[in-house]
Design a binder for this molecule. Structure first.
Ligand SMILES: NC(=O)c1ccc[n+]([C@@H]2O[C@H](COP(=O)([O-])OP(=O)(O)OC[C@H]3O[C@@H](n4cnc5c(N)ncnc54)[C@H](O)[C@@H]3O)[C@@H](O)[C@H]2O)c1
Length: 370
């Protein structure tokens, strides 16, 4: 019988269910503990999956449970501090949600912490395990559309949220080229937040990759919402979403539809994590890929801040959009803070501003479990 790795989950909200699905789908994992400062979240998740060990404090869970794997499923601002805290306890691996972090400084600190503690760190861009995206990647690698010249994606909810998946999409399907330069701009006329980080109302970014392809992303500028995009090459075109690839090239004689083979991305992500721990494979969500998606995004913000084409690497360690807001360069013309993810909060809160580490004082939360 193979080793069973002990898993602890930090943050029991919406995405934690996908992590759980992955671990339930791979017998080498057993989720033994959870942590969340919100009593309702602990109870819902713990009861649903029969997890007895429940903590309000993630560090206490990690100190007591001897975990092999830690899943970090909190909002973005806690990804870096909790990853660094987890690294210090030296589990075998950490699976941290996307976006990897909210600026380049944090991404780098997470990678330093992982390296110096010999911890495998993966970022959960789980669509790398979607069979459709992998089919697109393999087709492109085989030359099905020739040399990729242009990739187009559309998204919403700010660059760091679902658009981080799209920059990851661009890289993944083209076998992970490095971004070389970025040009972009943003509009922020309202005080818009997403999971407690300040985001733009609208944005556009263009990224040049070292394979010669140019990627374009429109955020809140186009009605189409999908995970995937359009790729144009020297010998064909591909239209990719999560369900199928549509392919046309000089040999296909029309559009070829290639449906999903149905494998679950969350399970694939977990299986490869176990293989990675055991030295049987690399992990396609390895942290440098999560970092690359954040770097393109920070490059767009930096381009908007400096009014220039940003050459990689991005050398500003803080978030350029935060710098612009703090410097008064992005004045809000229609005041009033709102968070487009306020619906995720529990209790009376409408803002995530108190959603911090080790919070026993969740807004609207009356936690009597200590
Ligand atoms: N990969 C994907 O497709 C995908 C999809 C959805 C969300 N996400 C990512 O997952 C992350 C979480 O989003 P969500 O939608 O699950 O949010 P959520 O609000 O539903 O869940 C977050 C949970 O974290 C808990 N929490 C807050 N502080 C904590 C702490 N210090 N320790 C432990 N738990 C704490 C909250 O109480 C809450 O239950 C985000 O970064 C988001 O980008 C990824």
């Amino acid at each position: 019988m193979s080793t069973v790795y002990r898993v602890g989950i930090i943050g029991c909200g919406s995405i934690s269910h996908l992590h759980m699905k992955g671990y339930l789908g791979e017998e080498r994992f057993k989720v033994v503990a959870l942590s969340d400062p919100v009593a309702e979240a602990r109870q819902d998740f713990g009861d649903r999956y029969g997890i007895e060990k429940r903590y309000t404090d993630a560090r206490e869970m990690m100190d007591r449970e001897g975990l092999d794997v830690v899943s970090i499923c909190t909002w973005h601002k806690l990804h870096a501090p909790l990853t660094i805290a987890a690294c210090a306890r030296r589990p075998k691996a950490i699976l941290c949600e996307k976006p990897m972090a909210v600026n380049m400084g944090e991404c780098d600190e997470m990678m330093i912490a992982a390296r110096r503690n010999d911890v495998k760190l993966a970022i959960a861009h789980q669509r790398r395990f979607n069979p459709v995206w992998t089919d697109a990647r393999n087709l492109i690698a085989e030359g099905a559309i020739g040399d990729v010249r242009h990739v187009h994606c559309s998204g919403s909810q700010g660059l760091l949220n679902d658009c981080s998946h799209m920059f990851d999409f661009m890289r993944y399907v083209m076998s992970d080229p490095a971004p070389e330069w970025v040009l972009g701009n943003i509009e922020r006329k309202t005080d818009r937040y997403e999971r407690d980080i300040r985001i733009e109302d609208r944005s556009a970014g263009i990224v040049g990759f070292d394979n010669g392809a140019v990627g374009q992303l429109l955020q809140e500028l186009h009605p189409e919402r999908r995970q995937g995009g359009y790729l144009y090459g020297s010998d064909g075109m591909m239209d990719v979403n999560e369900q199928r690839v549509l392919l046309i090239n000089s040999k296909s004689g029309g559009w070829e539809e290639r449906p999903s083979t149905g494998e679950d991305p969350s399970v694939g992500q977990a299986v490869e994590l176990a293989d990675w721990i055991e030295g049987k494979s690399e992990h396609r969500g390895e942290a440098s890929n999560g970092r690359a998606a954040v770097e393109i995004i920070m490059g767009i913000y930096e381009s908007a801040r400096l009014h220039e084409v940003v050459q990689m690497p991005v050398r500003t360690h803080s978030s350029p959009i935060e710098e612009m807001i703090e410097a008064g360069d992005l004045p809000v013309e229609r005041p009033g803070r709102y968070d487009i993810r306020a619906f995720l909060l529990r209790g009376e809160s409408m803002q995530g501003e108190n959603l911090g580490e080790n919070s026993d004082e969740m807004p609207g939360e009356n936690d009597e479990e200590g």
